[in-house]
Design a protein around this ligand. Structure first.
Ligand code: SF4
Ligand code: ZN
Ligand code: ZN
Length: 319
């Protein structure tokens, strides 16, 4: 029997990048410790703040909700959950009840905002329109841009001081690599444990940024947390290629993902010179913050003959 490197009980996980084995108890404790360390080291939340967490119902966001609920209770903060229903048939309608169920179990207020109500079309319809119109954009571009916009608006309307997302180490390293490949300095510069406030934007925080995806999944499993395990039907393309490449790299050279992250964090302060200064304005079409005359969501919608129909989101409160 392989034994835990810390307590000698039966090992449940081989943390290859650190050269240690962990039993179920030490694994749970270790993830919770890392989460608290990230919260404290980067001062992600201050006592008395209101935190809005984006919860899809998947393992990362639900695990993050459990960790944040405990943390916020200790720090006298308030946690609310926001789910974006993009309108992806066979996927989101399964994950949404799991998000709701976990929020109810933790006594957290849960809000749902949807593409259909805000933009007049589900993501499924947007994808069909984009195909018909032969636009250059893939489903994840529409989904990502519009989801970010809705989350920010919902968090702002809810009076949140911070908007938390459950990006794990793998997500963050994939984003770093993707922006390298695309040479996108502005997006690269926006990565990190937190993103400072700018007019109209709720500061974003990523409490799971230093926890590998596998460990978040195992944490949820070991704690018996109910999560949605489905895969989005639109997942694929360059994101998947980069994910597979990084997983291969990590298998052959353990600790590679952490090294990419650490290197990026050291380089980030120097990137500021490469990022053009811009002034924040209000989108002429919807009023949301943007650095252009029209925000990216409205630009994408316009290309499909759609527009933002619903200006206020929080009336979609669940409960
Ligand atoms: Fe949206 Fe793409 Fe993620 Fe599916 S895989 S939820 S389309 S960003
Ligand atoms: Zn142990
Ligand atoms: Zn707009």
């Amino acid at each position: 029997m392989l034994k835990c490197s810390f307590c000698g009980r039966r090992a449940a996980y081989n943390r290859r990048y650190a050269g240690v084995l962990l039993c179920d108890r030490c694994m749970v404790k270790s993830v919770e410790r890392r989460f608290r360390r990230a919260m404290g080291e980067h001062r992600l939340v201050s006592p008395g703040e209101r935190v809005a967490l984006a919860v899809s119902g998947g393992k990362d966001s639900v695990a993050c909700m459990h960790l944040l609920a405990d943390y916020c209770a200790r720090k006298n903060c308030e946690l609310v959950a926001v789910t974006v229903d993009e309108g992806i048939k066979g996927y989101r309608e399964e994950s949404l009840p799991i998000a709701r169920e976990n929020a109810e179990q933790l006594g957290i207020e849960h809000f749902v905002v949807s593409f259909k109500q805000t933009f007049g079309a589900t993501l499924d319809k947007i994808v069909k329109l984009a195909k018909r119109k032969k636009t250059e954009f893939n489903p994840c571009t529409y989904c990502g841009v519009m989801r970010r916009s809705l989350l920010n608006q919902a968090a702002r309307e809810l009076g949140a001081d911070k908007l938390a997302t459950a990006h794990n180490l793998d997500d963050e390293v994939q984003a770093i690599m993707l922006n390298y490949v695309r040479a996108d300095f502005s997006r690269l510069y926006r990565l990190g444990p937190s993103y400072p406030p700018r007019e109209g934007f709720v500061p974003r925080i990523k409490p799971l940024r230093e926890i590998p995806e596998k460990e978040v999944a195992l944490y949820a499993l070991l704690r018996g947390i109910k999560v949605h395990l489905g895969v989005c039907p639109y997942a694929g393309g360059i994101h998947t290629e980069i994910r597979d490449f990084l997983n291969r790299l990590e298998t052959n050279h353990p600790n590679s993902k952490f090294m990419v992250l650490r290197m990026f964090d050291r380089m980030k302060p120097h990137l500021v010179e490469a990022v053009p200064e811009f002034e924040m304005r209000k989108c002429e079409a919807c009023g949301e913050p943007t650095s252009s005359t029209v925000c990216k969501s409205c630009e994408l919608l316009h290309g499909l003959g759609l527009k933002r129909e619903q200006k206020t989101l929080i009336s979609f409160k669940v409960k």
